[in-house]
Each structure stands twice: as structure tokens, then as C-alpha cells.
Design a protein around this ligand. Structure first.
Ligand code: J9T
Length: 251
């Protein structure tokens, strides 16, 4: 997979793309990222990329010419072009999985003041990472790269993202590691039992419990088995009785 980025701040990508899992994926050539400086397409002696908004108002607006000059060749080379913008479609796990299937992506980072409306015509889709405004699209682009690159085969163990939060539409179950007892709280004994079927049952139940407590909206939309539904009814009763655990939003 090859990802192109168009930005006024290429240096923002240096450290994140050299670090940890994504850094290793790039080093191993599983994912390729090319960062392009929009300023290279700036106009005139000052390589100007923005101008005052017609109609007046605060801030500067990115001009269409540099955006077209930077994006058009990427488009023609077959990239799926994505503009990071708070007005875009919300990034979800399902969208990340869909994008991970694209051989080429081009991510265009806007500035918070905005860009000329005519540039929207150049992009295949607009993506937002949540309902808040940022100073630029660079951090959202990094979020998208992280969410997508980890799904590229070989970047992490497949089992790891098959059991992710959201992958099955539910939040992940609690995890424990050593020590067995820490400051008065013990690891649930079932996890030490060596009984894989029991462990799997416990994890499913705790995943359902956590999702019911924290994101009941996800339970409505998740694909649940008959057994899951039976557990949900039980957990709802438990929660209604106030017999939840330390997770409860109502505590
Ligand atoms: C300038 O871009 C943003 O502020 C932005 C982009 C994508 N998602 C957001 N939530 C904000």
C-alpha cells in the first residue's frame, strides 16, 4: 500500500512515521508513505498558497491552484483522494478496513481557516476524525494512517485486529498480566485456569458487559448470537440491580 500526503507541514510526519509499529511497517516496506510539501506548488516568488476570503472575514483560505497542482498528478496515478476535514464522514473501524483495501491513498491536509470550495471537487471523499476542530488536517491524517496501516497484512498479527475493539462491533474485554495480585486486586481466576473454552466465554461476557456499560449504542448495532443475547438480558438485569463492577458509568 502506498499513501501520499499533501501538507504545508511535512515535518509533522517525521517522528510519528519513524516510530513503533508504523515505523517498522515502513521500514519493512509493507506500507510506503510519501509526504509532499504543498508549498512547492505555491505561487510567485513567495510561494504563496493562501489568500483573503472573498466576502471578507477572518483568516486565510488555501487557493485552488496549489491544491490542484499537488493533487491532480496523484489522482491520475490512481490514488483514492481523501480530504481531512471536520465536515467529512466520520472515520470508523469499518471505514479503516475499507481503506486498507485500497492500493493507493492520497491524504490532503487542510488548514482550519479553510480552503477554496472548488478544491472539494478534486477529492473522492472527505473524512473527519471526530466532532472537534483542529489547527490542520495533519494529526487527522496521522490518525488515519495509523488506523489503516495496522490493518495491512503483516503489520501486526492478524488475530490482534480480528479481536480488536469495534472489529466485532463490541468493545474489548479486560486484559491482565503479571502480577497475579496487585494492591489488593486479583486477576480473575478463570484466566489462570488454562481452560480455553471458559476463558473465551468469560471474555465474551466481559466484552458485552463493558459495551453495555460504556457504549450501549454499539450493542444495538452489533451482530449477536442467541447466546450473546441471553447474556445481554442477564447483564442488563445485573446492571439494573446496581450489581455492576467498577466500570459502571453510574457508580
Ligand atoms: C483542519 O482540519 C480539521 O480541523 C479536522 C480534520 C479532520 N477531522 C477533524 N475532526 C478536524
Amino acid at each position: 500500500m502506498r499513501i501520499e500526503v499533501v501538507t504545508l507541514f511535512p515535518e509533522l510526519f517525521d517522528v510519528p512515521l519513524r516510530t513503533s509499529v508504523i515505523g517498522r511497517a515502513l521500514e519493512r516496506g509493507l506500507v510506503e508513505v510519501a509526504v509532499h510539501d504543498l508549498r512547492e506548488h505555491g505561487l510567485g516568488r513567495h510561494r504563496s498558497v493562501d489568500d483573503y476570503p472573498y466576502g471578507g472575514g477572518a483568516g486565510m483560505v488555501l487557493r485552488p491552484e496549489p491544491l490542484f497542482a499537488a493533487i491532480e498528478p496523484l489522482r491520475e496515478a490512481g490514488a483514492h483522494v481523501i480530504l481531512l476535514d471536520p465536515a467529512g464522514e466520520r472515520l470508523t473501524d469499518a471505514m479503516a478496513r475499507e481503506l486498507a483495501g485500497q492500493p493507493r491513498l492520497a491524504l490532503v491536509c487542510g488548514r482550519y481557516e479553510g480552503f477554496d470550495e472548488r478544491a472539494r471537487g478534486l477529492v473522492d471523499r472527505e473524512v473527519s476524525i471526530g466532532d472537534y476542530v483542529l489547527t490542520g488536517g495533519e494529526l487527522p491524517a496521522l490518525v488515519l494512517i495509523d488506523a489503516v496501516a495496522r490493518l495491512v497484512p503483516g503489520v501486526i498479527e492478524a488475530e490482534s485486529h480480528e479481536s480488536d475493539s469495534f472489529a466485532g462491533g463490541l468493545l474489548e474485554h479486560p486484559q491482565y498480566t503479571r502480577p497475579e495480585s496487585f494492591r489488593g486486586t486479583d486477576v480473575p481466576p478463570v484466566l489462570l485456569s488454562g481452560n480455553h473454552a471458559e476463558v473465551a466465554r468469560w471474555r465474551r461476557r466481559e466484552s458485552l458487559r463493558r459495551t453495555l456499560q460504556r457504549r450501549p449504542d454499539l450493542v444495538e448495532r452489533a451482530s449477536l448470537s442467541e447466546e450473546d443475547r441471553r447474556i445481554v438480558v442477564e447483564l442488563r438485569d445485573e446492571l439494573a440491580d446496581g450489581a455492576g463492577d467498577e466500570d459502571s458509568a453510574l457508580d
